[in-house]
Unconditional design. Structure first.
Length: 278
């Protein structure tokens, strides 16, 4: 009989944020598969749990996944944990989970803390629908392209970001999204937990006075009628496209589709407002 793979969520900071069920599972399993055994050992020691452990950190994930699958095939039960939060959610673990599914191994989720859910709950922004993007690319060009693709997204947007990139990312968001309502959470559930709320510019100004450290969650309001681009901005985009050689009709079509606007109305506005471009 095959064993069971438990996907166990662990605290994202405060060690008290763990469920009674998670503690019971960690005590009962035969093996704990940890992203980093050194960090996970602090949690297990805190609760007096002693179990064999195996690391699946980064490059080891594919190799160790096969080792863990072999143990599951023999009937051993395994708790999959990451350094913090839920395995597979912007954390390693998806390789083992996919392999377990392929092997028809029973998988049991043991839910618990998640940094982006905690940040959203305290952001004060619409939470009925949201889009979680995880970490954006470190390169500015790629990052700005993804943010540009999200310009029309009406759902609340949630990102993770590292301390050494958070200022650049927020600056790109200000350029692309404008002055949308936002919330930036730092070190959630930890001693120096802080939540900054306001427009993107206001948060950037506030962060200039603070030490940049720890992990950040950025929550940004989706597109609303209030933060749609102005007519001048839209016509400016058409002018730029025409200067690049696109015909007026094609330029209007492209911009109208991007901003979900009427092509006819935008075309008429462009005739009234834009000089002919040779």
């Amino acid at each position: 009989m095959k064993g069971v793979l438990y996907i166990v969520s662990t605290p994202i900071g405060n060690l008290e944020d763990i469920t009674l069920r998670a503690l019971r599972i960690l005590k009962e399993v035969d093996l704990v598969a940890a992203e980093d055994t050194r960090r996970s050992l602090k949690l297990l020691n805190h609760y007096g749990i002693s179990k064999p452990m195996i690391s699946y950190w980064k490059a080891r994930e594919k190799i160790r996944a096969e080792e863990i699958i072999r143990k599951l095939r023999t009937g051993q039960s395994v708790a999959l944990i990451s350094d913090a939060g839920t395995p597979g959610i912007a954390d390693p673990g998806s390789v083992l989970i996919k392999r377990a599914i392929e092997e028809h191994i029973h998988i049991v989720p043991v839910p618990g803390p998640s940094a982006f859910v905690a940040a959203l709950s305290a952001a004060g922004l619409p939470s009925e629908e949201f889009t979680f993007l995880g970490f954006l690319p470190s390169g500015g060009t790629q990052r700005r392209k993804i943010l540009g693709d999200l310009l029309l997204e009406q759902r609340t947007l949630i990102f993770y970001e590292a301390p050494h990139r958070v200022h650049d990312t927020l600056a790109d968001m200000k350029t692309i999204f404008g002055e949308r309502r936002s919330a930036v959470s730092k070190e959630i559930t930890k001693i120096h937990e802080e939540i900054m709320r306001g427009s993107i510019s206001e948060i950037l100004d506030e962060m200039k006075e603070k030490e940049t450290a720890g992990e950040y969650v950025i929550v940004v309001e989706g597109r609303t009628e209030r933060n749609k681009p102005s007519t001048d901005d839209v016509l400016s985009e058409i002018r730029v496209l025409m200067k690049k050689g696109l015909g007026r009709k094609d330029a209007v079509k492209k911009v109208a589709e991007e901003y979900c606007m009427s092509k006819k109305e935008l075309y008429d506005q462009s005739l009234d407002s834009l000089d002919e471009i040779s």
